[in-house]
Design a protein around this ligand. Structure first.
Ligand code: TA6
Length: 310
């Protein structure tokens, strides 16, 4: 079972419009609502890959109940901590005329210290049955800045691999606890190593430095160019075949889902990396965040190239 943590869940609203113009009144052609927040995207994709998921985090108010009703994969069990604060919405405005999208991420309503204590009790109860844990996204106001550090320490004490996909100071702080997997962007790698880098060679060196600091798997996403993975066996460049993406929002979450499933199934590094890249590329072909067509995944999986670069 993969235990996912989404402290800042969201009703993700995809607005399809044509020719978005500022300072005008725009009519939205289509609205698609999904249970969102990065960890919910991870949950949906990992569930669609066939793994049993327990989804945890905060949900609250009418939006919280609506979010749970949107979780429709029987493999994904909702084990959220219910709070009074209304779950936020995140809006992705998609312009059909040029395929460009702009996201508006609400901060998330504040949670109380009592809410946090209940979540930690819920998390530690579910951790007992977990094979892998993923921790994704931002945290709502009221949650301690170090909460991810506490969760990582609990996972390490329980001997459960923990994948962390967050950003900024939370990632910088979480790395101190040596999680099993991180997926920093270039700016975060520069913050973590204390120096900026340019070019593939310097990126490889920075990933090796982070790996050697005690993080078993360090991934740098390269977008359409795939990703670099630093691990005990060296540094690998994985690249999916060229595709024409429809919606890249949530592709990073899909990549995390692929790694989590690979870890849960004790697959080899190569199979895990291939799965992560294929499902991330397949999710870019879906209009909906945190979704993919299994036929796309099956077609892309053998086409992924993985080369050892160090
Ligand atoms: O990565 C896409 C996404 O998960 C959206 O679905 C939206 O929920 C947003 O990110 C949330 O990001 P945050 O960093 O606030 O958790």
């Amino acid at each position: 079972m993969i235990l996912t943590v989404t402290l800042n869940t969201s009703i993700d609203k995809l607005y399809l419009m044509t020719g978005i113009k500022p300072e005008t009144v725009m009519r939205v052609k289509e609205v698609h609502n999904t249970a969102g927040g990065k960890g919910l995207n991870v949950s949906r994709v990992a569930g669609k890959l066939g793994e049993e998921i327990t989804a945890t985090g905060f949900v609250g108010g009418f939006n919280g109940k609506y979010l749970e009703s949107l979780v429709d994969n029987p493999l994904v069990r909702c084990a959220f901590t219910h709070v009074d604060a209304e779950t936020r919405s995140c809006i992705n405005c998609w312009d059909l005329s040029d395929g460009k999208s702009t996201e508006y991420l609400e901060p998330g309503a504040p949670v109380t210290g009592e809410d946090v204590a209940r979540f930690l009790a819920d998390f530690n109860r579910e951790l007992a049955g977990a094979d892998v844990v993923t921790i994704s996204g931002s945290i709502p106001e009221g949650a301690p800045d170090e909460i991810y550090n506490d969760l990582i320490r609990s996972c390490r004490k329980a001997g459960v691999p923990v994948l962390v996909d967050t950003s900024g100071n939370r990632l910088i702080s979480a790395v101190k606890e040596k999680p099993s997997f991180i997926k920093p962007n270039e700016d975060e790698i520069a913050q973590l190593t204390g120096r900026s880098f340019s070019g593939r060679e310097e990126a490889v060196r920075a990933l090796i430095e982070l790996h050697e600091s005690g993080i078993p798997y360090v991934v740098l996403s390269l977008g359409a160019e795939g990703a670099l993975l630093a691990c005990d066996m060296g540094v690998f460049h994985g690249k999916p075949p060229k595709i024409t993406p429809r919606n890249t929002v949530g592709c990073g979450d899909s990549m995390v889902a692929g790694f989590a499933v690979g870890f849960a199934r004790h697959l080899s590094m190569a199979e895990t990396f291939r799965m992560a890249l294929a499902v991330s590329a397949a999710s870019a072909l879906s209009l909906f965040t945190g979704d993919f067509d299994p036929a796309d995944y099956d077609r892309l999986y053998p086409e992924v190239s993985i080369d050892k670069v160090y």
